[in-house]
Ligand binder design. Structure first.
Ligand SMILES: [Zn+2]
Length: 333
């Protein structure tokens, strides 16, 4: 938990320095499909004649409200379906903004995960956010005083606005509810709606034990959730049922996709089939380095020390690498 919390500290600093106080502009991918990058994750929405289909909704209800405002800047059609790619807190916290009217679709196992490890992580996240914001407020109090003494009211307001925004953000995290999906599927689900076909595939355990790939068939666009991490160490969520072996296979399959043109991922830019191969190689390298260390008889701590992953020395989130090594070591036969 402690190591994951240090990742949250990193995320908090990122959030404070990239404070999103207004709703983001939707990025148009095709005629009627958009990506919206929130604080928590990259979401997508498809506008059809019968209503809107949303994929993921960010960390908190504030993210959800921002996403709703972004959708309303494009269409006045109501959101009818919201699809969750997986249970992680940075993808599900805004879902409740849509669920009074929209039907929630998620893969089998999602709800158990969201109310289990997902909930624990979300609670830890609130405490860590509060702690980080307290430190930020203390550090910035003399800066605000300095601005006020010099009658730089706009500058003082802009620092105070960030503090106020994150106070509201934390309040909104505290009201997150976990809702069971209206539609649960095992291997696949075909949603035919508003003249569009949306194919949902459970690819087997990979990033978590309940991931879902969303194919917008008519739009030739795929939302891969967190099955792809752009130039950073991925997170293998072992407790929820992740599998590095199958994740490697899934990325191979995604890399050979010639039908689709656009690939939206949970974090990072629009990706390509070549990107999937690069990340696949990272997983292969990570698995191989842990295997070599374990076969030499190294302990788990020695393995963490020995696995360098030098090809990826500029990748952030090395605390996630350590977490992954530990889990791989303990589960490797
Ligand atoms: Zn995730």
């Amino acid at each position: 938990m402690k190591r994951f919390v240090s990742f949250l500290t990193f995320l908090l600093l990122f959030l404070i320095t990239h404070a999103q106080t207004e709703f983001p502009t939707p990025l148009q991918i095709t005629d009627n499909l958009y990506e919206v990058g929130l604080d928590g994750c990259n979401t997508a929405f498809l506008v059809t004649d019968s209503g809107v289909v949303v994929v993921d909704a960010g960390i908190s209800p504030i993210d959800g409200w921002n996403l709703k405002a972004a959708i309303e800047s494009v269409t006045d059609k109501p959101v009818r379906y919201v699809i969750s790619t997986h249970h992680h807190f940075d993808h599900v916290g805004g879902l409740q903004v849509f669920t009074p009217d929209a039907r929630l679709i998620a893969p089998s196992g999602w709800y158990n995960n969201v109310t289990g490890s997902g909930a624990v992580i979300a609670n830890g996240f609130v405490a860590e956010m509060q702690n980080g914001l307290d430190q930020y407020s203390v550090k910035n109090a003399p800066i605000i005083d300095h601005f006020l003494e010099n009658k730089q009211f706009a500058e003082a307001d802009s620092v105070q606005a960030i503090i106020n925004f994150y106070n509201n953000y934390i309040d909104s995290l505290k009201i997150i509810r976990n809702m069971p999906p209206d539609i649960i599927f095992n291997k696949k689900h075909n949603l035919v709606f508003g003249g569009e076909e949306i194919r949902l595939i459970y690819p087997g355990p990979a990033h978590t034990g309940s991931d879902c790939i969303v194919y917008f068939v008519n739009q030739k666009t795929v939302h891969v959730g967190d099955l792809y991490f752009e130039k950073s160490f991925p997170y293998l969520d072992g407790p929820s049922g992740a599998s590095i072996h199958n994740w490697i296979k899934v990325l191979k399959k995604l890399s050979s996709d010639r039908k689709n043109k656009h690939f939206i991922c949970g974090h990072g830019h629009i990706s390509s089939t070549t990107d999937f191969l690069i990340m696949r190689q990272l997983l292969i390298d990570m698995k191989a380095e842990v295997k070599v260390a374990k076969e030499k008889g190294l302990s788990v701590e020695e393995t963490i020390e020995a696995v360098k992953m030098e090809k990826y020395s500029d990748y952030p989130s090395r605390d996630l690498l350590e977490k992954n090594i530990r889990w791989l070591y303990e589960t490797m036969k």
